[in-house]
Design a protein around this ligand. Structure first.
Ligand code: PGA
Length: 254
């Protein structure tokens, strides 16, 4: 059984006051949610303050990335131990904005996922094709190489992993993949994972869809057998739409 997940990626948004007020309101509105895991990924500078608010609740906190080094002279970087100190149980790795603006490669994601797993932090590893790759029929080969370059030789058999399929052309554009398009890729990801890890781990791994997920399209996406939740950007910033996404996902277990 795979419990669904709604993960909100705040990216570089909100003031500290807005972040705290969001967390307090979220806490008060999810008392009846037992069948959906909730993750929020605030910017680094808010992690500690948010942790103080949610630490005794079922809400999990994620960082938006980590350094691929453990400590030392790496100006501007944030280490795995630092995010753990701020209460993070998860970390997003390989988000397309990191790939695009910070030249993150899948091989580098391997180093980061390895560090996360060895420190009992669950990676949310993002893959997805650009519009050009989709138009050139490169979608499956691109996703396969993103998966293999990162996941090969990771200790997935003992540590947990979440994968997010986020077609780059759907992120922040309002162009959501159809449920069938998304399902095809999710199935492909699960099949690729099965070849790497065997069926029991592949069947347990949650695969989230990301890219213009909104309260009005989540139900159709969640009807697909291999879609286990969503990684949400724009629609997670507003408390009402985030809570609506959680409520609409609360009963769907694959
Ligand atoms: P979006 O972002 O929901 O605004 O498309 C998703 C993401 O980047 O994770």
């Amino acid at each position: 059984m795979r419990k669904p997940i709604i993960a909100g990626n705040w990216k570089m948004n909100k003031s500290l006051n807005e972040a705290k007020s969001f967390a307090n309101t979220l806490l008060s509105q999810i008392k009846d949610i037992h069948d959906c895991e909730i993750i929020i990924a605030p910017p680094y500078t808010y992690l500690d303050a948010i942790n103080q608010i949610i630490k005794n609740s079922s809400i999990c906190q994620s960082a938006q990335t980590i350094s691929n080094e453990i400590e030392g002279a790496f100006t501007g970087d944030i280490s795995i131990n630092m995010i753990k100190d701020c209460g993070c149980s998860h970390v997003i790795i390989g988000h397309s904005e990191q790939r695009q603006y910070h030249h993150e490669s899948s091989k580098n994601c391997h180093i980061k996922c390895n560090i996360a797993m060895k420190n009992q932090v669950i990676p949310i590893y993002c893959v997805g094709e650009t519009l050009q790759e989709r138009n050139e029929n490169q979608t499956l080969s691109m996703i396969k190489s993103q998966l293999l370059d990162c996941l090969n030789e990771l200790p997935i058999d003992s540590e947990e992993l979440i994968i997010a399929y986020e077609p780059v052309w759907a992120i922040g554009t309002g162009k959501v993949a159809t449920p069938e398009q998304a399902q095809d890729i999710h199935k492909f990801i699960r099949d690729t994972l099965e070849k790497l890890t065997g069926s029991s781990i592949a069947n347990k791994t949650r695969i989230l869809y990301g890219g213009s997920v909104k309260p009005n399209n989540i139900k159709d996406l969640m009807k697909q057998p291999d879609i286990d939740g969503a990684l949400v950007g724009g629609a997670c910033l507003n408390i009402d739409s985030f809570v609506e996404l959680i409520n609409k996902t609360n009963y769907v277990t694959h």
